[in-house]
Design a binder for this molecule. Sequence first.
Ligand SMILES: NC(=O)c1ccc[n+]([C@@H]2O[C@H](COP(=O)([O-])OP(=O)(O)OC[C@H]3O[C@@H](n4cnc5c(N)ncnc54)[C@H](O)[C@@H]3O)[C@@H](O)[C@H]2O)c1
Length: 360
Amino acid sequence: MIRRVAVVGAGTMGAGIAQLCAQSGFSVKVHDPEPAALASLPAKLRKALDSAVLKGRLSTQQAERAFHCVSEVAEMRDLAGADIVIEAAPESLALKQELFRKLSEICPDALLATNTSSLSVAEIMRKARSPERTMGAHFFNPPVAMKLVEMIRTSATHPDAFRAAWDFFLTGLRRTPVDVKDVPGFIVNRVMRPYYVTAQRLVNSSTSCAAVDESCRSLGGAPMGPFELMDLIGLDTNLAITKAIYEALGRPERFAPPGLQQKLVDAGMFGRKSGRGFYLYADGKMTGENHEALKALPPGTASTAASIWSSLSGAIVSEAQSLVAEGAAGAPDVDAAVKLAMNFPKGPFEWRKESTAAKP
Ligand SMILES: NC(=O)c1ccc[n+]([C@@H]2O[C@H](COP(=O)([O-])OP(=O)(O)OC[C@H]3O[C@@H](n4cnc5c(N)ncnc54)[C@H](O)[C@@H]3O)[C@@H](O)[C@H]2O)c1
């Protein structure tokens, strides 16, 4: 039975996971070795909870209760007694390995979960005392709003430990867990990679980023096309994930990091956060395409919306099929993960079913 939660790292994800656990009534201890990060947590939480009250998602009393469920601890040893530890420290293998070596000693009976986006969970847990209690719990940002949690089991994860954590996320935190093996990119980052990489191969002097984005919105029901989404995520962050998956999978050509994106990152064009990416922004609003950055696109003819969406969705379906064929995840979990993470109305296996049914 999970009652006491420990969160390691008080940054973007750690603060969000702590808020989610506290809103769900759990007592949460948050550890961060950076005094400034720890000191800023109460104000961050207060702001997030006040905003939830303003939006009518929490009552004032619920927000107050949640605020008092969280305590900050400067020493890692004060996490002793936790039933589950969720780690959201920086994405560094050496740092996470050392953390879990210590955490597995301090919390000998706790379930131990990492929120890594791109590292191997088994590698992260290599120095942990009891690997059977370890797993990945990949939340999406912001954890309070995003229902999906990719639960990653390594070959060492004991089914009872996995089940206990699953029940906690499902019932305790009211998330939607999906079950995936410890493969590069897990489900979403792997299956959706073509959305970013293939999209950049489709643009040319006559097929604009805006045309690709529009086809995804109109034909795929996507809330955002790949280029506007990369601008939102940050071209640098998105490219780092592409590179990590490309390397971890043995550099397959289909995932080769796009030269166009690298050029924009090298020029400091990171997307919304720097005011320039595939598009231009002023006062947080998109003002048009970044023609300056895109002028070197190769010559080509204009593609129709149907052919653009067919290329992109086809590449995503093919990646989803490979993942399932490898036994890394089940088709229903792939569909659920893609829909929840991307806010798509349908998942790749549902698209495939539809297109097969449409054929005479
Ligand atoms: N930001 C996202 O959208 C997102 C989404 C899913 C997963 N993730 C993953 O979550 C993890 C955290 O990402 P983030 O965006 O919250 O990073 P962040 O930089 O916002 O926060 C990291 C926090 O960890 C703290 N820290 C540094 N060294 C530490 C240590 N030794 N022990 C404990 N804490 C330490 C830092 O002080 C900082 O407060 C990463 O593994 C990342 O890949 C991030």
